[in-house]
Design a binder for this molecule. Structure first.
Ligand code: NAP
Length: 315
C-alpha cells in the first residue's frame, strides 16, 4: 500500500465494491483503498479495515491496523473471527439510519396485532364489514430488551404511541415514559410486567439463549415475541412449544439460528409466526460510509471516537 496516505482495506462482501471505495475516496481524499477477498488478497500494510464477515486471512495479512470498522451494529460474527487481533479497537456502526427502521418494523408488528389488522384482512376476503373493539393499549405492555441505539429508539417510539413500555439493559437508563429496569436483579420484574417481548440485545455469552421457556413463562399470558436481535438469542424449540400451547399467541422473527431459515423448519408452517429474512434494519451505505469516514478522519486528527466495542462485554 502507498506510503504517507491513509491506507484502507475493504472487505464488505459487496460484489460492486466501487459503491464503497468511490464515496470513501471523495470523503477522505488522502485515502488509498484496496479491496480484500479470499481470491484477491490486497497488499499488506493497511491502517484501517472496513469489514463485514471478513475472510480470516485479512487479519493475518494486515498486521498494523489502527482500527477495524464493522459495517453492522452487531459485532458477534466479527468477534468470532479467530484471527481478529486482540489489541486493535473494533468500532461498530452506531445507528446510521438503522434505529428508525427498527422502530418502524417493531411498531408495525405491534400495531398489526393490537389493531386486529389480520382479522380485517381475513374479513375483506369474505366481503365482510364488521367492526371490532378498539384497542386497549394497557392490555399490551411492551418490554424492550436492550436500550442502546436501536432499543432506545424502539422504546421511545412505542411510548410515543402510548403503549405502556418497559425497558431492560445492563446499566440503568432514564428514558421519557419508559419504565426502566437493569441487570439480572430486575430481569424477572421486567418480564412479568410485559406482554410483548421485543429483543434488541447484542449476541454475547451473557445474552445467548435469553428467550427460552423460563423467560417466556414469566411474561403476561397470551404473550407476543418479536426477535430482531440475533437468532442465537432464541431457543427455537421453546418458542415452538409455547406457540403450540398458546402461551405465546404470535411471534415475529427476523433473525434465526440458521440463515437462510431451512425450508423444512416448522416456523415456516406456523400460522402464528411472521418471518422476515433479516431485514428489520439494514445497513444504509451512504450513512455508513459517512459515519466511518468521519471517524477515520477524527482518529487521524488524534481525536477520540465513539462506538468502540468493549471486548470484555463483547458489544
Ligand atoms: P447497542 O447500542 O450496543 O445497545 C445494546 C443494548 O443492549 C444496551 O442497552 C446494553 O445495555 C444492552 N445489553 C447488552 N448486554 C446486556 C446484558 N447482558 N443484559 C442486559 N442488557 C444488555 O447496540 P444497538 O446498536 O442497539 O444494536 C443492538 C443489536 O441489534 C445488535 O447487536 C444486533 O445484534 C441487532 N441488530 C439487528 C438487525 C436486524 O436487521 N435484525 C440490525 C441491526 C442490529 P447498556 O446500555 O447498559 O450497555
Amino acid at each position: 500500500m502507498s506510503e504517507g496516505r491513509i491506507n484502507i482495506v475493504l472487505a464488505v462482501g459487496d460484489p460492486r465494491p466501487e459503491r464503497w471505495t468511490e464515496p470513501l475516496k471523495s470523503l477522505i481524499p488522502d485515502a488509498s483503498i484496496e479491496v480484500f477477498t479470499d481470491e484477491t488478497p490486497s497488499p499488506a500494510g493497511a491502517d484501517y479495515a472496513i469489514v463485514w464477515k471478513p475472510p480470516a486471512a485479512l487479519f493475518d495479512q494486515h498486521t498494523s491496523l489502527k482500527a477495524i470498522f464493522c459495517i453492522g451494529a452487531g459485532v458477534d460474527s466479527l468477534l468470532a473471527v479467530p484471527t481478529l487481533p486482540a489489541n486493535v479497537p473494533v468500532i461498530r456502526l452506531e445507528n446510521a439510519g438503522m434505529a428508525v427502521q427498527m422502530a418502524e418494523y417493531v411498531a408495525h408488528q405491534i400495531i398489526d396485532i393490537t389493531r386486529n389488522m389480520g382479522l380485517y384482512r381475513e374479513q375483506q376476503g369474505r366481503n365482510t364489514w364488521k367492526a371490532h373493539r378498539p384497542i386497549e393499549r394497557a392490555a399490551w405492555p411492551v418490554g424492550v430488551m436492550g436500550l442502546g441505539e436501536i432499543g432506545g429508539r424502539v422504546a421511545s417510539v412505542l411510548a410515543q404511541l402510548d403503549y405502556p413500555v418497559n425497558g431492560w439493559s445492563r446499566s440503568m437508563h432514564a428514558l421519557d415514559r419508559v419504565k426502566c429496569f437493569a441487570g439480572q436483579a430486575d430481569f424477572n420484574a421486567f418480564l412479568s410486567a410485559s406482554r410483548i417481548l421485543v429483543n434488541t440485545l447484542p449476541l454475547t455469552s451473557d445474552t445467548a439463549g435469553i428467550i427460552n421457556a423460563q423467560t417466556i413463562n414469566q411474561l403476561m399470558p397470551e404473550a407476543m415475541i418479536i426477535n430482531v436481535g440475533r437468532g442465537g438469542h432464541l431457543v427455537e424449540n421453546d418458542l415452538l412449544k409455547a406457540l403450540a400451547e398458546r402461551r405465546v399467541i404470535r411471534a415475529t422473527l427476523d433473525v434465526f439460528e440458521e440463515e437462510p431459515l431451512p425450508a423444512e423448519h416448522p416456523f415456516w408452517r406456523d400460522p402464528h409466526v411472521t418471518i422476515t429474512p433479516h431485514v428489520a434494519a439494514t445497513t444504509l451505505r451512504d450513512e455508513t460510509i459517512e459515519q466511518i469516514a468521519g471517524k477515520i478522519l477524527a482518529l487521524e486528527a488524534g481525536q477520540t471516537v465513539t462506538g468502540i466495542v468493549d471486548r470484555q462485554h463483547s458489544y
